[in-house]
Design a protein around this ligand. Structure first.
Ligand SMILES: [Zn+2]
Length: 453
């Protein structure tokens, strides 16, 4: 079967022949004229690469992949799906097959199929399995050949609350208290590819915006989807500068400044002035490996105002995405007292932990005589053992003791982390163990995440 998945296509027609059933995928390419698009699609349906081109995308959606990467080399091409953050290779394709598939996508998206070096970008909207999707396409020449990336996103975000993200109630309360406070700075952070834009949006949307005015100032070129009840102002090259925009915004007397980046020393100084004199509040974000790293980066990135920024810092949130165990096939086991002790869990409190069910690879599914044996593969997770992801959160509360420690140990991050731990801060390990104790994830997965894999 193409792309190795046993799954049947979306309809139930049984096909006696060898024809591959290609699901119907409606494609609305952006930047392509409507009439032209219809003609292109009809023409593309006749091309040999059409069935595979469509299956590449529909199978990706069926397996919940959010990225498709294809690497073309002189010999052939390898496509990979990213499911819950893990890359899975599909069976290798020969070059002719892969080229035929790529021609189809470039044509449908109004790009030039003959161009294999310069970067080309396309985008299309589709509805598949009753869900609206927005799919971006990018192709570019690389030293080994050509690389193609599809990014698959739902048009409407599914995650809406901090609970959806997996945040514990106690952490939610503390975070909301920080966001709804005044005279301070709250930092939201995560390592790259760990869902920072989503948490940023949801945290801001769940803060109290009914009695306070929230404004966001950002470079126009970094514009992201709107955040409900946050008024957005943009600066841009050739237009109003960040300082000009800030001056205008200040006149409106907002309560909270939302700065996806700290922009520059002038803005930092102006916002700090507003925090001190008028009890305004600030929320910013940064890509960082943990909460300590996030605050260090902010202080070091703004040396002139480091002391003042540390003075107003109230809290730093950081998160890492972790796979959830598949509820249909996870297996319980009894942890030994030694293991519980190692995890810092009191004896008797956690009777069970869980692990994933991972079937052996196909070549090992044989009996002693080498005859194939049928192993039932979980229909929900397709043998991955995991289904979907949640975030582990660490929320660093920055009090006077913490400020002192950051001021003294900023050049010694490891000592700083030790101090933070001794101060009773719950980090990714402690949060992860809690998630394991609740049966949400496994110790193996926690270990993978803690190692930054
Ligand atoms: Zn399963």
């Amino acid at each position: 079967m193409i792309f190795g998945k046993k799954k049947k296509s979306t309809d139930n027609k049984s096909s006696a022949g060898t024809e591959i059933e290609v699901p119907n995928l409606e494609i609305k390419a952006s930047g392509v004229n409507k009439d032209e698009a219809v003609g292109l699609l009809i023409a593309c349906r006749q091309l040999p690469g059409y069935p595979l081109a469509i299956l590449l995308v529909t199978n990706a959606i069926n397996t919940r992949a959010d990225r498709i990467l294809i690497d073309f080399s002189a010999q052939g091409a390898v496509a990979r799906y990213r499911v819950d953050g893990i890359w899975e290779s599909l069976p290798a394709m020969d070059r002719a097959t892969a080229d035929a598939l790529l021609v189809v996508w470039k044509k449908i998206l109004g790009l030039n199929p003959a161009e294999r070096k310069a970067r080309q970008d396309g985008k299309f909207a589709t509805n598949f399995r009753d869900i609206d999707w927005v799919i971006s396409f990018m192709s570019t020449g690389v030293p080994s050949g050509e690389r193609v990336l599809f990014t698959i996103e739902r048009k409407k975000p599914v995650l809406k609350t901090l609970t959806d993200l997996g945040m514990r109630d106690a952490v939610q309360e503390t975070l909301k208290g920080m966001l709804n406070g005044d005279k301070g700075m709250v930092v939201i952070s995560a390592p790259a590819t760990h869902g920072l834009p989503t948490t940023w949006r949801i945290a801001l949307e769940n803060a109290d915006k009914f009695v306070r005015d929230w404004v966001l100032i950002e470079n126009k070129k970094n514009q992201e989807p709107d955040i409900i009840n946050v008024t957005e102002y943009f600066y841009e090259d050739g237009g109003d500068s960040a300082e000009q925009v800030f001056d205008k915004v200040r006149l409106k007397q907002p309560d909270v400044y939302v700065l996806p980046s700290l922009i520059g020393p002038q803005i930092v100084e102006a916002v700090l002035g507003q925090i001190h004199k008028e009890h305004k509040h600030m929320v910013t974000r940064i890509v960082a490996s943990d909460a300590v790293d996030a605050l260090i980066q902010i202080l070091k990135g703004n040396p002139k105002h480091a002391k003042a920024l540390l003075g107003v810092a109230q809290g730093v949130l950081n998160q890492r995405l972790i796979r959830r165990l598949c509820e249909s096939c996870k297996q319980a086991y009894q942890p030994t007292p030694q293991l519980l002790q190692k995890l810092g869990l009191p004896a008797g409190r956690v009777p069970k932990l869980y692990k994933p069910t991972i079937p052996p690879p196909p070549e090992q599914r044989v009996d002693a005589k080498g005859n194939p044996i049928e192993i039932e593969i979980c229909k929900k997770c397709n043998g991955r053992g995991y289904f979907g992801r949640m975030a582990l959160f660490e929320l660093l509360v920055v009090d006077d003791n913490m400020r002192k420690a950051f001021a003294q140990l900023i050049e010694k991050p490891d000592e700083l982390r030790k101090f933070v731990k001794q101060a009773g801060h719950s980090g990714f390990f402690e949060e992860g163990v809690l998630a394991c104790a609740l049966g949400q994830t496994s110790l193996e997965e926690l270990q993978r995440i803690l190692q930054g894999k």
